[in-house]
Design a protein around this ligand. Structure first.
Ligand code: FAD
Length: 329
């Protein structure tokens, strides 16, 4: 089968890795270089059931802070650091591209691909183009989105720091980078946010005594877009942010992009494309349940604190790790 993958980031490359041995796969990436520009805090969750392609940097602890007036920390609690690791995403995507090419995929960079054009040449299209998805750009139906902005800074940390603000549907973060330095950012999950995120991030960083070296920002696909469209000229499957799979609890869309791509690939390889949506949500049901519960806690400070102080987050991470550790995609 001739398969066109639109987008050469984590979701698209994962399709290449899993499909190229059996199918004729072309991956189109509009940027010239795989992995760049970097628009991610690079935190890879360790309880998703999939490993990153590269070795990450260990995180000592996760410090969760509650912010009061003027971003003053009014309370905090600490969870173990084994919930996540920090990867270098450019390194990881370049490694994925190398594997996909070895498997036989053709990767075409510096080329924007349209679904209408791809439908003339391919039997199946995988839309891995991130938010709002190439499908929505061409055919409408654009979904609401969350939004995240981050800045680089030279301060180095051995732990991850997360900050919550009362009545704020999101969180601030400081994530170390794999090779030193850090990123401070803020993500917001309410529908199509209109808050002044850059100003907010500036005030937050000032309160932490940090100087921003450069900003990156992007919408976050956290409102579901139909993952499989079968009534077009050729079938079109959406993966990762294009399908709106990011959860509204912690975000963490990288692993979901990889998992959705891996499940889709397995469905294609077994001639069961129609099972994709069900298999993905069956596999991820516990994850989304936990994420939704966390999103609920985030908006209920008293509970967030109580659960934090009794070590609930470590228990939840352990339970998810056990659950996904036994599952195979
Ligand atoms: C500031 C910020 C911080 C984040 N931090 C984290 C984090 O710490 N951990 C985590 O797990 N997630 C994080 N995320 C979310 C994560 O980045 C996304 O969920 C993830 O990148 C989704 O991967 P994807 O492959 O689906 O889409 P994307 O990474 O958006 O990739 C889509 C690719 O498609 C290409 N493309 C688009 N249209 C076309 C076209 N027509 N033709 C060719 N190419 C095209 C784009 O250039 C892009 O490379 C963060 C997001 C932001 C904005």
């Amino acid at each position: 089968m001739k398969i066109c993958v639109i987008g050469g980031s984590v979701a698209g490359l994962e399709c290449g890795v899993n499909l190229a041995e059996r199918h004729d796969v072309a991956i189109y990436e509009e940027h010239r270089e795989i992995g760049l520009p970097l628009k991610c805090a690079e935190g890879w969750i360790n309880f998703s059931g999939v490993e990153p392609y590269v070795k990450g940097r260990k995180v000592k602890e996760v410090h969760m802070n509650l912010l009061g007036e003027n971003f003053r920390v009014v309370d905090n609690f600490v969870a173990k650091g084994d919930a996540l690791q920090i990867v270098s995403r450019p390194e990881m995507e370049q490694k994925m591209a190398e594997i996909a090419e070895k498997m036989g995929a053709e990767i075409i960079t510096g080329k924007k691909m349209k679904i209408r054009d791809a439908a003339e040449q391919f039997d199946l299209i995988i839309d891995a183009s991130g938010y709002p998805s190439q499908w929505c750009r061409e055919f409408g139906g654009k979904k609401p989105y969350g939004f995240a902005i981050q800045a680089f800074a030279s301060n180095d940390f051995d732990s991850v720091h997360v900050f919550f603000k009362e009545r704020f549907d999101g969180y601030f973060w400081i994530f170390p980078m794999k090779y030193g330095g850090c990123k401070a950012g803020v993500g917001f999950f309410s529908k199509s946010p209109h808050v002044r995120m850059r100003e907010l991030l500036g005030r937050f960083m000032e309160s932490q005594g940090m100087r921003a070296k450069g900003f990156t920002a992007s919408p976050v696909g956290c409102y579901l877009n139909k993952p499989l469209l079968r009534k077009f000229k050729v079938p079109v499957a959406l993966v990762g942010d294009a399908a709106g799979l990011v959860d509204k609890g912690g975000g963490e869309g990288m692993s979901k992009a990889v998992i959705s791509a891996r499940i889709l690939s397995s469905c294609i390889n077994n001639s069961r494309l129609y099972e994709y949506e069900k298999r993905y949500f069956d596999f991820m049901s516990l994850h989304y349940m936990a994420a939704n519960f966390f999103a609920f806690l985030r908006k209920n400070w008293k509970l967030l604190k109580t659960f934090g102080k009794v070590g609930f987050y470590d228990v939840a991470v352990k339970a998810l790790r056990n659950h996904y550790g036994k599952k195979q995609i």
